[in-house]
Design a protein around this ligand. Structure first.
Ligand SMILES: NC(=O)c1ccc[n+]([C@@H]2O[C@H](COP(=O)([O-])OP(=O)(O)OC[C@H]3O[C@@H](n4cnc5c(N)ncnc54)[C@H](OP(=O)(O)O)[C@@H]3O)[C@@H](O)[C@H]2O)c1
Length: 388
């Protein structure tokens, strides 16, 4: 029986994780839940999964949840302290990191320091402080098991050969809802259009990141740290059907790919059960019905965010944290329809251009760079000098 602390339980990955737990009740037990403020769903999750500890963002949400759950044996906490306690709870074997954005960094680090294995969905954790997080994992002999479908695919493909024989890893990208849009169409793209992902049903932030291809950029940085491989050996290939989840090219010319239906329950189940595979964890792929699988190069002219992520990775230090925080800020404004789709890339570029990368030696350094970038991005947006 593997005991799980689930951070981000009310989100898309959180809910899929609980479906996996529900499907294999003899294998998993949820001991902690943490989320933002969706206490309607949290109450249902507490009643069904009976965790020992639950954490929410605000004290007011914690008070309401306590009233709703009176009579149940559960500790209900709030704030960053509460999240840290949920992430590092003594009874957990593995912590699923599925909060969105930099908010996941501190609790994920707390879980690592408490000796938990990490099933990592939150890519922003490694973008913001990848070197630091991986060093901490190495020092403590902690495993990070990727949940992101592309990284889960790479993780599986790497079992086919030796790391020294890897020539390149190839991350596939659906291309998002705007793959076929011209530059002119992109300039007029709306929030509703950006939120319609062709293949995946995900949280709003990652859905917008998929529409700008920043999601792939963040994944390139995530892959750099997870697999200890330089940016020159990571490429991106647009594959609109999202059937091949990523590939590894070996030096003898062999390409090893992982295929499956676009369903996050597959990678989640693998991260939780590794090295075992659970029966029918995700729907099976029928290749005869899948139709043609097609591939194309990403267009960095129409989707510059992907190029900015490579730039940030090459610049190193605090630049990836700045890229990620500027993106989170710009996406937040776009979700409130205060800036246009094209402004997201402009805000990120301008924030990066205003930054001198510094070394990140502590979580505090990473959070400082993150905060600086948020303020800078807000300043750029509020100045009203954006192009669109
Ligand atoms: N969705 C996917 O298919 C997918 C695939 C690969 C990787 N990922 C990555 O997984 C992460 C989660 O994505 P998602 O799509 O599941 O996002 P989501 O649906 O928006 O869910 C986000 C979760 O984080 C919680 N949360 C947000 N801000 C918080 C805060 N300050 N403190 C504590 N909890 C907070 C939310 O709680 P409330 O709802 O209660 O506010 C919710 O439980 C992201 O980093 C994403 O890039 C997602």
């Amino acid at each position: 029986m593997k005991r799980i602390s689930l951070l981000g339980s009310t989100g898309s990955i959180g809910r899929s994780t609980l479906s996996v737990v529900e499907k294999f009740p003899g294998l998993f037990r949820v001991v902690a839940l943490a989320a933002g403020n969706n206490i309607d769903l949290l109450e249902k999750q507490v009643r069904q999964f009976r965790p020992l500890i639950v954490s929410v963002v605000s004290p007011a949400s914690a008070e309401s949840l306590k009233k709703r759950c009176s009579g149940l044996e559960v500790r209900i906490l709030s704030g960053i302290e509460g999240m840290i306690q949920a992430a590092a709870v003594e009874e957990a074997d593995v912590t699923v990191s599925a909060i969105v954005g930099t908010a996941g960094l501190v609790p994920t680090m707390a879980a690592i320091r408490a000796g938990k294995d990490i099933a990592l969905a939150n890519k922003e954790v490694l973008v913001t402080a990848g070197e630091l997080v991986m060093a901490e994992c190495r020092d403590r002999n902690i495993r990070i098991l990727p949940v992101d479908s592309e990284h889960s695919a790479i993780f599986q493909c790497l079992r086919a050969g030796e790391n020294r024989d890897v020539k390149r890893i190839i991350l596939t990208a659906s291309g998002g809802p705007f793959r076929e849009y011209s530059k002119k169409d992109l300039a007029e793209a709306t929030l509703a259009q950006a939120l319609k992902h062709p293949n995946w049903n995900m949280g709003k932030k990652i859905t917008i990141d998929s529409a700008t291809l920043m999601n792939k950029g963040l994944e390139v940085i995530e892959a750099r740290w997870l697999f200890d491989i330089g940016p020159e050996s990571i490429s991106v290939l647009v594959h609109p059907q999202s059937i091949i989840h990523s590939l590894v090219e070996y030096r003898d010319g062999a390409l090893v790919a992982q295929l499956g239906m676009p369903d996050m329950k597959g990678p989640i189940a693998y991260a939780l059960s590794y090295p075992d595979r659970l029966p029918e964890a995700a729907p099976a792929l029928d290749l005869a019905r899948a139709g043609a699988l097609t591939f194309e190069e990403p267009d960095l002219d129409r989707f510059p965010c992907l190029a900015y992520a490579y730039d940030a990775l090459r610049a190193g230090g605090s630049m990836p944290a700045v890229l990620s925080a500027a993106n989170e800020t710009a996406v937040g404004y776009f979700l409130e329809e205060k800036i246009g789709y094209g402004d997201i890339a402009l805000v990120i570029r301008a924030t990066m251009d205003a930054h001198n990368p510094a070394r990140i030696s502590t979580v505090e350094d990473a959070l400082k760079a993150d905060l600086w970038a948020r303020r800078e991005a807000e300043k750029i947006i509020e100045s009203g000098k954006l192009g669109s």
